[in-house]
Design a protein. Structure first.
Length: 723
């Protein structure tokens, strides 16, 4: 008789199968258990080797119920007893793994015996497979004959151990960077492997050991048993670990499996990590020498202890052994605080996995030294961050591709970008379009020459421009050639430069005004000297007149000569005294002086001059401004007389609360300002205007006459000092 039959009832409305076939089942089975489908699906339920699923098989939902049971109990023999069955669904159930689909009335003692024989064979085969799997997994994880490779999601080799070199014939240098289709399997199978990686990412469960065909570097062929599981790298990207055992020579593999226990013990004993084997109750069954050295318990003492005895109490409460995950084939990796025999605490990293048959293996690595190094390193990092963030200037490190790797807090504060935003932009993003090429060229120069510097305007997130002096030099950061630099704010420097420039301009204007005043003084002095010389002529005239009026005439003294001398003196006085010795006080008023000048020129010249003056001209101008206006009008009228050949001239002066404006316009032959350049006359006019913070502009063209426009601020220049 078969020991046990489990009947799963999927439809509560049907008469239970155990009632309909009670006597038949009693003749073939020692015990018959009947459970509803919901009870069987509860976590931790252990199925019988033989299951009869009783219900209907007319819808895809019925088929899905069976498929879920098949997935839950892959090593059980399952027969579907359907009161009502669809032929197509029955075929699909058989394809999914059902041993048979039959009706209740077809059950017989012969049928049951046949199913029992099939179930026993399947259980025997499954048992052998599980036993072989357990031994093989222990061998794969703890022997140097295990080929280990790391792959990324594109199936590119990241790590290739010595066993991989021996088995597949590729050195690590040759294999790393190639895809699995280039070194192990054929390219056509590579996409299937990549799909397995995608599924593994979703399930996060290690694959069961499987056999596959491979080719070596020399072209020879072989077979391996492999397993695949996923871990997460420091960067957050998944890394897939593949562990292979070469089983090309089946006889050698079988012989190796027969000797695996002894080899396993030898390998475990040689491991630098502490190895502990325990059962589901946590009882420690075996340890290696490294475990004894780590915690200082003897082997006998270990075998009298449980896992809980070597863990801190809080470890037991907060982070117990995850047997559920281990039973599903997962490898757990945890940091644990263990108790040394002397009562001290040892910080460790524990890799635990199931060996099958209720046994578990923990590989324990002492982390005390590594964690001390990490803590010191963390302190160094914190110190460097503090130093970098205390810098008064911008600090940055970025790659050739422009990805920022490190920066200080000031870069975020000045630019207005958050840390996440800076991590997603390039250095060129912080500059206006017209300066992007300048910065790109400077970055390229750094990588060419090792260092470089450039001045540019930093563009903040809110659109402000801040002048900076950017330096850069090449460094190796985390194995990558990068640019390390500092940005120095030049705002204060630019402000100071502007202030100095303004002071220089103001000083130049003061010097110019002083030169003009000196020039006027010299002209006055020269005028006075010339005036005195003319007086000598007048003295001669007076002497001549006295002689002519006396009773003693002289032949050489005539009235004609006297008149000629007098005319000479008058002309000298008129031309020299008035042109060189104009009084700074303008006692008669600027308007009157200008009117006299125009009147004298109009009498001597054949063109008309129209003069327009404001009533408040003398009231709103000081001596410096009066002198400048007088000299500008005088100079321009002189230019017109010399060169213009004009018939009409207009002189117009206007005042406003802020400035004096002058227009001197003629209808003469004109000239091209670009070709004529700036003669002494126009240069004097411009110099006089600029000395009073003003400006002068000449507009002319051949045949179009000439317009001189001058403006002088009223509130800038102080009164001219008297000397």
């Amino acid at each position: 008789m078969f020991s046990q039959l489990l009947i799963v009832e999927t439809d509560a409305s049907l008469t239970p199968l155990s009632q309909s076939c009670q006597s038949l089942f009693a003749s073939c089975f020692e015990t018959v258990s009947t459970l509803p489908l919901a009870r069987v699906k509860e976590p931790g339920f252990a199925a019988s080797p033989l299951l009869f699923v009783h219900g209907h098989l007319t819808t895809t939902d019925h088929l899905q119920q069976y498929i879920e049971l098949q997935q839950q109990f892959p090593h059980s023999t399952i027969v579907l007893v359907a009161d009502d069955a669809n032929e197509e669904l029955s075929l699909q159930a058989l394809e999914a793994g059902a041993e048979d689909v039959t009706a209740k009335n077809q059950l017989s003692k012969t049928y049951l015996r046949r199913i029992i024989i099939i179930s026993r064979r399947q259980q025997h085969t499954a048992s052998k497979l599980l036993e072989s799997h357990s031994q093989l997994m222990g061998y794969v994880h703890n022997t140097p004959n295990v080929a280990v490779q790391w792959f990324n999601s594109k199936a590119e080799v990241l790590l290739w151990n010595k066993a991989s070199e021996r088995i597949f014939g590729w050195t690590a240098e040759e294999a790393i960077g190639k895809t699995i289709g280039q070194v192990i399997i054929c390219p056509e199978e590579e996409e299937e492997f990549i799909e397995s990686l995608r599924e593994l990412t979703q399930t996060n469960m290690a694959t069961e050991p499987a056999e596959y065909f491979f080719r070596r570097r020399d072209g020879s062929e072989g077979y391996c048993i492999f397993t695949l599981f996923r871990v997460v790298s420091e960067s957050g990207e998944p890394v897939f670990i593949c562990m292979d055992v070469d089983v090309t020579d089946r006889k050698k593999a079988e012989a190796a499996l027969q000797q695996s226990e002894e080899k396993y013990r030898l390998l475990v004993e040689q491991q630098a990590d502490a190895i502990t084997i325990f059962n589901e109750q946590g009882q420690i069954l075996e340890v290696n020498g490294s475990a004894v050295q780590l915690l200082q318990y003897t082997r006998d003492e270990f075998q009298q202890m449980t896992v809980k005895d070597i863990l801190l109490p809080e470890e037991q409460e907060q982070n117990p052994v995850d047997f559920a995950s281990l039973q599903q084939g997962e490898t757990t990796i945890k940091q644990r605080m263990m108790l040394h025999k002397d009562g001290s605490v040892v910080e460790t990293e524990v890799h635990t996995k199931s060996l099958g048959n209720g046994l578990y293996m923990a590989s324990v690595r002492d982390l005390t030294e590594r964690l001390d190094v990490q803590r010191r390193l963390q302190k160094e990092i914190e110190l460097s961050d503090t130093i970098i963030n205390s810098l008064p200037h911008l600090f940055y490190v970025f790659t050739k591709e422009g990805k920022y790797l490190r920066w200080n807090q000031r870069l975020q504060t000045v630019t207005g970008y958050s840390a996440s935003e800076i991590g997603n932009i390039t250095p060129l993003h912080l500059f206006d379009d017209h300066e992007k090429q300048l910065i790109a060229d400077a970055i390229e120069k750094v990588y060419e020459d090792g260092q470089y510097a450039v001045e540019a305007n930093l563009l903040t997130k809110d659109g402000k421009y801040i002048p900076h002096y950017f330096t850069g030099l090449t460094v190796n950061y985390a194995g990558t050639e990068c640019l390390l630099g500092v940005g120095i704010d030049l705002s204060a420097v630019k402000t100071l430069e502007k202030e100095l420039s303004q002071q220089k301009i103001a000083q130049q204007k003061k010097i110019m005004q002083a030169m003009i005043r000196t020039e006027e003084k010299e002209k006055n002095k020269l005028g006075l000297e010339l005036h005195d010389n003319v007086n000598q002529i007048l003295s001669v005239v007076r002497m001549y007149l006295s002689i002519l009026n006396s009773d003693k005439p002289m032949p050489e003294v005539t009235l004609t000569k006297t008149i000629q001398l007098l005319n000479t003196a008058i002309e000298e006085i008129r031309h020299l005294s008035h042109s060189l010795a104009v009084s700074y006080k303008f006692e008669a008023g600027l308007a009157r002086v200008l009117e006299e000048m125009v009147e004298k020129i109009s009498v001597a010249r054949d063109f008309s001059i129209c003069l327009y003056l404001p009533e408040d001209l003398d009231d709103c101008t000081n001596n410096d401004q009066k002198l400048a206006i007088y000299r500008i009008v005088q100079e321009q009228l002189n230019n017109i007389m010399k060169y213009a050949k004009a018939t009409e001239v207009k002189v117009e002066i206007c005042t406003s609360p802020n400035e004096i404006s002058m227009l001197i316009e003629d209808n003469g032959q004109g000239f091209d300002p670009a070709k004529a350049g700036k003669g002494l006359g126009l240069s004097n006019i411009t110099t006089r205007a600029e000395s009073l913070e003003g400006k002068a502009c000449v507009k002319s063209a051949p045949g179009k006459g000439c317009r001189l426009l001058v403006s002088i601020p009223l509130h800038v220049t102080a009164e001219t000092e008297e000397n």
